[in-house]
Design a protein around this ligand. Structure first.
Ligand code: URA
Length: 439
């Protein structure tokens, strides 16, 4: 088999065999296929696409390119949730303890933020002392003792994805549906959970800017999950504006804690309820309605919050911060952002808002950049709200006042105000559920 022939076959629009796809991934991970041939193949895939069979083979090859997480020593039905990436998306901090409080096991590996999107691990690390680097034994013990642990994704998991993603990032081949689907699902299958709920974001802050592409991505990923024998659901959800009212690590954790205490913003609460209820449903806890009721009850009676506190304690975090969020370290400086015109906030560019937070120190441009966990934005007004001249639409937080100007400029440039009120977009557009059993 020759890599040249594989590239040519895909370039000419033909279907690659499982053997050819595994040949490519296995040799690429070993360094036996150069980046220029791998990028040529990615570009051919970008233009010619892949069949469901090919996408599944690519996912399996990525999944099997490194170590798999072995959850066999962990009790119970294990569930995972994955978001395709958004701005202000702190739902994992709410969903994970909520479903764990209702008996579903959460042994979760999460990622860090990159570019305008945030990552759960950075958020959790804003809790003083919280350890996201547990050994395999500590991870297993913590999950078996408390029903939940969230750790940083191991470097050995799906290494082909890391190599390919870095290559795609610099060769304009990120936004290909089969490449995105196999990248996400390759990692999910390597994590060995029984149930997977995917949150496929759609809109200005998401990879997929329109509903058609988001639906297609959701369908491809659900198909992969079904072929791999998983119980899987995908929700297509709005990312045309940030989720909740905060962007930035400790600000988002505080908002998540408030939501666990029943005082969260409506969009964040409703999406967290839907994701949690879908996980419970897949895990076999009755009808969707019954699952939703259980989730709302756990948020109301404090069980979900208690489980979050248990997790923070087990992973070495300071639980006093959770009980009293005023104790979180704060940024030294803040700046109110006011508007000059009157009218409705017709739309915002959520990616621009994410970049505005990044410019304050809340995110990274490069993998090794250091982040400031106290930096970020509190949104006082969102899409659909009416504003008058001089109204504060957001408050910026940073430890260096020199960062405010460019962040403010980006935020205002990402906010459209006009006389016309835009039609409200749904929070959840569609839900696709596939499993071979009925709850
Ligand atoms: N997230 C991933 O993990 N991979 C992609 O290709 C895109 C988003």
């Amino acid at each position: 088999m020759r890599m040249y022939d594989i590239i040519k076959k895909k370039r000419d629009g033909m279907e690659l065999s499982k053997e050819e796809i595994f040949f490519f991934i296995n040799r690429y991970v070993k360094g036996e296929i150069p980046d220029y041939q791998a990028s040529a193949l990615c570009m051919a895939i970008f233009f010619k696409g892949m069949s469901a069979e090919e996408t599944f083979s690519l996912t399996k090859a990525i999944c099997e390119s490194g170590e798999k997480l072995d959850l066999s020593g962990i009790k119970g039905i294990k569930a995972d949730k994955h978001s395709t990436g958004g701005v202000g998306d702190k739902t994992t901090l709410i969903v994970a303890p909520t479903v764990a409080s209702l008996g579903v096991t959460v042994a979760k590996m999460s990622g860090r933020g990159l570019g305008h999107t945030g990552g759960t691990i950075d958020k959790l690390e804003s809790i003083t002392g919280f350890n996201t680097e547990l050994s395999e034994e500590e991870f297993e013990k913590t999950v078996n003792d408390t029903g939940i642990a969230v750790v940083s994704q191991s470097a050995e998991l799906a290494p082909a994805d890391k190599m390919l993603y870095a290559l795609r990032d610099v060769t304009a081949t990120v936004d290909s549906l089969p490449l995105i689907a196999s990248s996400i699902m390759g990692k999910k299958l390597a994590a060995d959970d029984d149930c997977i709920v995917l949150d496929v974001k759609t809109g200005s802050g998401a990879f997929m800017k329109n509903i058609e592409e988001s639906r297609e991505l959701a369908k491809i990923m659900v198909d992969i999950g079904v072929r791999a024998g998983k119980r899987i659901a995908a929700l297509i959800t709005d990312m045309d504006k940030p989720l909740g009212n905060t962007i930035g690590n400790s600000l988002e954790v505080i908002e998540a804690i408030e939501t666990l205490k029943g005082n969260g913003p409506e969009d964040l609460t409703e999406l967290s309820v839907a994701l949690s209820a879908n996980i419970l449903y897949l895990a076999g806890n009755g009808s969707y309605k019954e699952c939703e009721k259980k989730v709302r009850m756990s948020l109301k009676d404090g069980k979900a919050l208690q489980t979050f506190i248990k997790m923070v304690k087990a992973q070495g975090g300071d639980t006093e911060l959770i009980k009293d969020t005023d104790k979180f370290p704060k940024a030294k400086y803040s700046r109110n952002i006011t508007v000059e015109e009157e009218g409705y906030i017709t739309s915002v560019d959520a990616e621009g808002y994410g970049m505005s937070a990044l410019l304050l120190g809340a995110g990274r441009n490069k993998k090794d950049d250091k982040i400031d966990s106290t930096a970020g934005i509190i949104l006082r007004k969102k899409t659909g709200d009416y504003v008058k001249k001089g109204d504060v639409i957001a408050v910026l937080y940073a430890n260096d006042q020199n960062l405010f100007d460019s962040s403010e400029e980006r935020l205002l440039a990402s906010t459209v105000i006009s006389e016309k009120r835009r039609e409200k977009r749904p929070l959840i557009f569609e839900t696709l559920v596939k499993m071979d059993f009925e709850g």
